[in-house]
Ligand binder design. Structure first.
Ligand SMILES: Nc1ncnc2c1ncn2[C@@H]1O[C@H](COP(=O)(O)OP(=O)(O)OP(=O)(O)O)[C@@H](O)[C@H]1O
Ligand SMILES: [Mg+2]
Length: 310
């Protein structure tokens, strides 16, 4: 079973408006409320692909109850740890092809709740073959949270796939116990190395050879519609993907992470793991809803991907 961690889940509220004009009243033509958070996107994709998966993280208040109900309706197994604050809302306003987002920070989590979660996480790992940790942290959770969760998983012999950015990524990379895989996109890679990196083989090879990545077996840099560039131990790969009609690429990185986790759990060969990750990413980009894949198109896309050692 794959365990996914979403420390700061949300109820994603999407409003569709014909026009969005500040300082006036806007009436929504359409409203959707769905469970959100990067780890939950990974969970949905793994579940759609037939993987055994369980979602964990922190949840609280009436919003937390709603989220749990929605996950149960979607038949997604979950074991969230309760906190006293209310799970956040994230609002996306769609207007004339544009999207304006308002993201709440999330509930303030106490030191005791955090300690309680780490113990909950340790117990859940007992039946797992991998852990996927994604997304941002709510207020009150220290920046080294993902480094700490990775250390707990490593002690239990469970590989960790980590998809986060900024300080929490940097701290996790510097820690003694390493994730087996990370999946920064090109912007996150540039931010981490504090320099511009062109999307070309030699520059990417040099970037992924940086000492900061020492001990990380898989570094997979996703390049949106351009596929990805990867390093597994000492081998570099360029992955070329076909042109598709993308509807909404939001969450494609999360779908790719689901593919990486599945590939690691099933011990896939490098080429197959990379093809699976990119196929999931593309399948998500072809759907309107974030963290959704239509597996009927899987083989058709998979066959068109080429992986080259560079
Ligand atoms: N427009 C697109 N067309 C085709 N494939 C795409 C497109 N966008 C994303 N993908 C696929 O999904 C993978 C991950 O996408 P991307 O690089 O956008 O991740 P990301 O920036 O981490 O996304 P997010 O954080 O929103 O989940 C890519 O490597 C590619 O395989
Ligand atoms: Mg991403």
């Amino acid at each position: 079973m794959i365990l996914t961690v979403t420390m700061n889940p949300s109820i994603d509220i999407a409003y569709r408006l014909s026009a969005f004009i500040p300082d006036t009243v806007s009436r929504a033509e359409e409203t959707h409320k769905t469970p959100g958070g990067k780890g939950l996107n990974v969970t949905r994709v793994l579940s759609a692909a037939g993987e055994e998966v369980k979602a964990t993280g922190l949840i609280g208040g009436k919003n937390g109850e709603f989220l749990k109900e929605q996950l149960a309706l979607a038949q997604i197994p979950a074991s969230f740890y309760p906190v006293s604050g209310d799970t956040r809302n994230c609002i996306a306003i769609m207007h004339k092809g544009k999207q304006t987002e308002i993201l709440e920070a999330g509930p303030a989590v106490s030191a005791e709740e955090y300690r309680g979660f780490t113990e909950h996480f340790r117990l859940l790992l007992e039946n797992c073959s991998a852990a996927v940790i994604s997304g941002s942290l709510p207020p009150g959770i220290p920046t080294d949270c993902y480094a700490r969760l990775t250390a707990i998983a490593c002690k239990a012999g469970i590989p960790v796939i980590l998809d986060c950015s900024g300080e929490s990524l940097k701290t996790a990379l510097e820690a003694e116990d390493k994730p087996i895989a990370i999946k920064p996109n090109i912007d996150e890679l540039c931010a981490l190395l504090q320099k511009e990196i062109p999307k070309e083989t030699e520059a990417l090879k040099e970037a992924l050879s940086s000492g900061i990545f020492e001990g990380i077996a898989w570094i997979i840099v996703s390049l949106g519609a351009d596929g990805c560039f990867a390093k597994h131990n000492d081998t570099f790969y360029l992955v070329h993907i076909p042109k598709i009609r993308a509807v909404s690429p939001v969450g494609s990185g999360d779908a790719a992470v689901a593919g990486i986790a599945s590939g690691i759990v099933h011990g896939l060969k490098d080429e197959d793991l990379l093809k699976k990750a990119n196929t999931f990413g593309m399948l998500n980009a072809m759907e309107k809803q974030t963290g959704t894949v239509n597996m009927k198109n899987y083989d058709m896309l998979y066959r068109q991907i080429t992986v080259t050692k560079v």
